[in-house]
Design a protein around this ligand. Structure first.
Ligand SMILES: CC(C)(COP(=O)(O)OP(=O)(O)OC[C@H]1O[C@@H](n2cnc3c(N)ncnc32)[C@H](O)[C@@H]1OP(=O)(O)O)[C@@H](O)C(=O)NCCC(=O)NCCS
Length: 174
């Protein structure tokens, strides 16, 4: 009979492989939790606050993944025009940061954006370095008039927006 080793081997898989979260479309019961997650960062000025009514209206933009029975990451794909979408409301809960969940969720959004035929995906962010690792490049906000004049113009930060605009061209393979 083969011996079974009792010495446990170190787990050499990457953190996301160990966590193996399943990314799924958000559902109505997720909304209060998503709202709470966004509020944490909104209160620190890291994200724009979004009322619950807005989240319900845009629910079908959202993807989430749960770990330990709670949503660990959420993020949304919002469509502006026939050739521009935005990664919005991307948040990883504090205790799961740095384990690849943010990366995984943006990759899911990129796949979705490609599937539906979008050619460009943008984000306004305080974490441009995170997006650069996913192939986005920093662009001038003037490069995104659909966003600036369609949405940003209504934002209280319009005249002193300090977020960085990043853009991914979805038709390019590099
Ligand atoms: C930014 C955020 C989504 C990143 O999620 P995360 O799960 O912690 O990041 P990941 O573990 O997937 O990181 C992927 C890579 O990006 C890097 N990275 C993570 N956060 C970064 C940041 N703020 N700036 C630069 N690089 C960052 C990681 O080091 C990692 O690099 P590696 O692949 O070389 O190891 C998360 O920290 C968060 O929720 N921040 C607060 C809200 C926010 O700023 N959201 C973005 C709004 S658009």
């Amino acid at each position: 009979m083969p011996k079974v080793s009792t010495v446990s081997q170190p787990d050499t898989r990457r953190p996301t492989e160990q966590l193996a979260p399943h990314i799924r479309p958000a559902t109505i019961p997720d909304v209060p939790e998503i709202h709470e997650m966004l509020e944490v960062y909104a209160s620190q000025g890291a994200l724009l606050p979004r009322p619950m009514s807005d989240l319900y209206r845009h629910l079908r933009d959202f993807f989430v993944a749960e770990l330990e029975g709670k949503i660990a990451v959420c993020g949304a794909l919002e469509i502006f025009t026939e050739n521009l979408g935005e990664v919005r409301s991307l948040v990883v809960t504090e205790n799961f940061k740095g384990r690849g969940l943010g990366h995984l969720l943006v990759k899911r959004i990129v796949t979705e954006a490609r599937t539906i035929g979008l050619s460009r995906l943008m984000a306004l962010t305080y974490a441009p370095g995170f997006f650069h690792k996913l192939g986005f490049r920093t662009v001038s906000k003037g490069f995104l008039p659909e966003k600036v004049w369609g949405v940003c113009v209504k934002c209280y930060k319009f005249n002193n927006c300090d977020e960085t605009a990043v853009l991914l061209e979805l038709n390019r393979e590099d």
